[in-house]
Design a protein around this ligand. Structure first.
Ligand code: FEO
Length: 171
C-alpha cells in the first residue's frame, strides 16, 4: 500500500521518464539528419533505457494496487547547435531527473514508505551511471573541439552501444 501522494508523484515520474525518451528520440533524429549515425544510435539506445525506466515505475504502481494515470508529454526541441550542445542538454536533463528521484526518496522517507524507498534505490544508482556517461562523453568532445576526424572517431565509438534491457519488474 502506498499513499495517494506517492502514487501521484510516481505517476509524474513516469511522465518525466517518457519525456526523457522523447527528448533523446529528438536528439537521435537530429543526429541522424546531420549524418552522425553513431550519435543517433547512442541516443536511440537511450530512448529504450528511458522507456524501461518508465515501465519499471508503471509496474511498481500496479504492484502496489494503485492506478497509473498518464499525462501529456511535452514537445521536445527539434534542433541542436552541435554534438556538445546535445550532450550538455542531456547532462542538464539527467541532473533534473536525479533531483526528481531524490525528491521521491525524500517523500518515501517522510511517509515511512520503506517499500518505495527500497524500490527507488535502483534509480538512485542508475542516475549516477547516467550522469557519469554524459560527463565522459562531454570530456571527449572537449578534447575533440573542432577536429572533424576526432568527431568521426567518437561517432564510431558511440555507434557500437547496444541496449541491455534491465528488468522492468519492480524488483
Ligand atoms: Fe531515466 Fe535518464 O533517467
Amino acid at each position: 500500500m502506498i499513499s495517494k501522494k506517492m502514487t501521484d508523484a510516481l505517476n509524474l515520474q513516469i511522465n518525466k521518464e517518457l519525456y526523457s525518451a522523447y527528448l533523446y528520440l529528438a536528439m537521435s533524429a537530429h543526429a541522424q539528419d546531420i549524418g552522425l549515425k553513431g550519435f543517433a544510435n547512442w541516443f536511440f539506445i537511450q530512448v529504450q533505457e528511458e522507456m524501461s525506466h518508465a515501465q519499471k515505475i508503471y509496474n511498481y504502481v500496479f504492484e502496489q494496487n494503485q492506478k497509473v494515470i498518464l499525462d501529456e508529454i511535452k514537445k521536445p526541441p527539434a534542433e541542436f547547435e552541435s554534438p556538445m550542445d546535445m550532450f550538455q542538454k542531456t547532462l542538464e536533463h539527467e541532473q533534473f531527473v536525479t533531483k526528481s528521484i531524490n525528491g521521491l526518496v525524500a517523500l518515501a522517507r517522510e511517509e515511512n514508505d520503506y517499500a518505495t524507498e527500497i524500490f527507488l534505490q535502483w534509480f538512485v544508482t542508475e542516475q549516477i551511471e547516467e550522469e557519469g556517461n554524459d560527463n565522459e562523453i562531454i570530456d571527449k568532445l572537449k578534447y575533440i573541439g573542432d577536429n572533424g576526424n576526432g568527431l568521426l572517431m567518437l561517432d564510431k565509438e558511440l555507434g557500437v552501444r547496444t541496449f541491455v534491457a534491465p528488468a522492468v519488474t519492480a524488483e
